[in-house]
Design a protein around this ligand. Structure first.
Ligand SMILES: [Zn+2]
Length: 429
C-alpha cells in the first residue's frame, strides 16, 4: 500500500517536472551580452534536460552554439538565467553563470547544472573546453627514451604525400586564429603578414609546452627557421626538457609556393618535408593561388639530426587580411566584401567560421562559410546573415537544415561559384 502511494507521488512529481519541462523557455544570445538586440528561441528545450543532453541531437545543436559564441538563457526568472557552454570529455554541457545564472528552484535546469565562476574568470581546468590546447605536443618521444610510452603510434614514420582532413596542426592554427580574432574582418582592419604571425605566436603563450610555453618554440619566416634549428640543437645539448622528442614550429606567409613531392620552396628557401597536411587536396591546393599560411614542424629524427617534418598549408585572403579560404571563389567574394565594408559607412563585419573537416563530417548540420553582421551606432547587432558557398567541401545538403536560431541569424543564403562574384557579393551585402 505504502509502495503504491510512493509510486503515485513519484509519478505526480515526474509529471510536474515534465510539465515544467514543456513550458521551459530558453533563448540564444551572444556571449557578449551587450551586443544582441534580440534573443532567438531555442526550439527544443527538453533536449537540455539531463537525460537527453548527451544525445547526438542535443550535442550537434550545442556544437553550433559554441561555434557561434552563444550562451543560453533560461526564462524561469527575470532577468533570465545565463548558461555558458563548456566541453567536458566528449560532451558539451551548460554551466550556470555564478551570478547571473540563478534559476528558479523548481526549474528543471536548477539542479542539473552546477553554478560556477569559471565562465567569468575563464579559469582553465583540465576538463574545461580549452583543454584541447592547454598543452601542445606534435611529435611524440622515441619509444626507446621511455619518456612518453603512452602513445604507441609515436614510432610510425609514415610517408604519405598528402594527408588532408583532421590535423592537430590545423586545430592549433584555428585555435590561434580564433583566440586573436583573426577570423574576423571589420571596417579598416588591416595588418601586415608579419604583425599577424607575431600575434599568433604571442597568443600561444597560453599553451603549455613542456616546462615552458609554446610561443617560445614558434618561429617566424626563413630567418626564424634557422633560429629554430640552432635552438633545438642547443636544447638537445643541454638535455631536452620539452614534451615528446625535441621539436619546434615555424610559421610563414608567402605569396607563392613551389610544391613538389617532398619539398616546398618559399621565398628562395627550400624546405624538404616528410608529410604535407592541408584542408585542400594537393590538386586543389595547386589551383588556389597565394598568399598562403604555412606552418612547419621540425623535430629530431632517429639519426639525431633535426629535420623539417610536417608542413601545413592553407590559402588566405591576402597579405593584409589573413582569413583562411578554401577556394579562389571564396577569396574573390571575401576581397569584394572587405572592400565594400572598408569603403562603406555602415558597421559591417564578417566572421569566417573555422571548422576542421572532421567537425564538418561529423555534424548533422553544415556550418556556414562565414557570417555577415551589422551593428547600429549603439553597438547592437541589428542584422546577421550566414552565407554558404555551394561547393563540395561544405555539405550543402545539410545547410538547408541548419537551424538559424542557433547561429543567431536573420538570414541564410547560399552562393554558387558559377555566379559572377559581383552578383554574389551584391546578394550578400
Ligand atoms: Zn531555469
Amino acid at each position: 500500500m505504502i509502495d503504491r502511494r510512493y509510486c503515485l507521488i513519484a509519478n505526480v512529481v515526474y509529471f510536474c517536472i515534465l510539465l515544467i519541462g514543456v513550458r521551459m523557455h530558453i533563448t540564444v544570445s551572444s556571449s557578449d551580452k551587450n551586443v544582441d538586440s534580440e534573443h532567438h528561441t531555442f526550439e527544443q528545450p527538453s533536449l537540455l534536460l539531463k537525460n537527453r543532453i548527451k544525445s547526438p541531437e542535443a550535442q550537434s545543436k550545442l556544437k553550433i552554439l559554441r561555434l557561434s559564441d552563444s550562451v543560453l538563457n533560461c526564462h524561469c526568472v527575470s532577468p533570465p538565467a545565463t548558461m555558458y557552454l563548456r566541453k567536458r570529455g566528449d560532451y558539451i554541457f551548460m554551466v550556470n553563470h555564478y551570478e547571473h545564472g540563478q534559476h528558479l528552484k523548481n526549474c528543471p535546469l536548477y539542479s542539473d547544472i552546477k553554478g560556477c565562476r569559471e565562465a567569468v574568470n575563464r579559469d582553465i581546468s583540465p576538463e574545461s573546453e580549452e583543454s584541447d590546447f592547454n598543452t601542445f605536443i606534435y611529435h611524440r618521444a622515441f619509444p626507446s627514451t621511455g619518456t612518453d610510452s603512452t602513445n604507441p603510434k609515436s614510432t610510425s614514420t609514415r610517408t604519405p604525400s598528402v594527408r588532408h582532413g583532421e590535423s592537430k596542426l590545423e586545430r592549433l592554427y584555428y585555435h590561434l586564429l580564433t583566440d586573436t580574432l583573426s577570423n574576423w574582418h571589420f571596417s579598416g582592419k588591416s595588418m601586415s603578414a608579419e604583425q599577424h604571425l607575431f600575434k599568433l605566436k604571442s597568443s600561444a603563450n597560453k599553451i603549455l609546452f613542456g616546462s615552458s610555453t609554446l610561443d617560445k618554440y614558434i618561429f617566424i619566416g626563413p630567418t626564424g627557421l634557422r633560429y629554430a634549428f640552432s635552438k633545438l640543437y642547443r636544447k638537445i645539448g643541454a638535455g631536452w626538457k620539452g614534451p615528446g622528442r625535441p621539436q619546434a614550429f615555424c610559421m610563414f606567409i608567402t605569396n607563392t609556393i613551389e610544391l613538389k613531392e617532398h619539398s616546398l620552396v618559399i621565398d628562395d628557401t627550400c624546405l624538404s618535408f616528410t608529410r604535407l597536411v592541408s584542408p585542400l587536396a594537393k590538386s586543389a591546393l595547386k589551383e588556389v593561388e597565394g598568399p598562403y599560411f604555412v606552418l612547419a614542424t621540425l623535430c629530431q629524427m632517429h639519426s639525431e639530426r633535426i629535420k623539417l617534418h610536417t608542413v601545413y598549408i592553407q590559402p588566405i585572403v591576402s597579405l593584409t587580411n589573413q582569413v583562411p579560404i578554401t577556394s579562389s571563389f571564396e577569396r574573390r567574394v571575401f576581397t569584394a566584401l572587405i572592400s565594400k565594408i572598408d569603403n562603406g559607412s555602415k558597421r559591417y563585419s564578417i566572421q569566417k567560421i573555422l571548422t576542421t573537416q572532421m567537425q564538418r563530417n561529423t555534424s548533422d548540420y553544415s556550418t556556414p562559410s562565414f557570417i555577415l553582421q551589422l551593428k547600429n551606432n549603439h553597438g547592437k547587432v541589428i542584422y546577421r546573415s550566414m552565407v554558404q558557398i555551394d561547393d563540395s567541401i561544405y555539405n550543402l545538403d545539410r545547410f538547408s537544415r541548419s537551424p538559424i536560431s542557433l547561429w543567431r541569424v536573420n538570414h541564410s543564403m547560399t552562393i554558387s561559384p558559377d555566379e559572377p562574384v559581383d552578383i554574389a557579393t551584391e546578394k550578400i551585402l
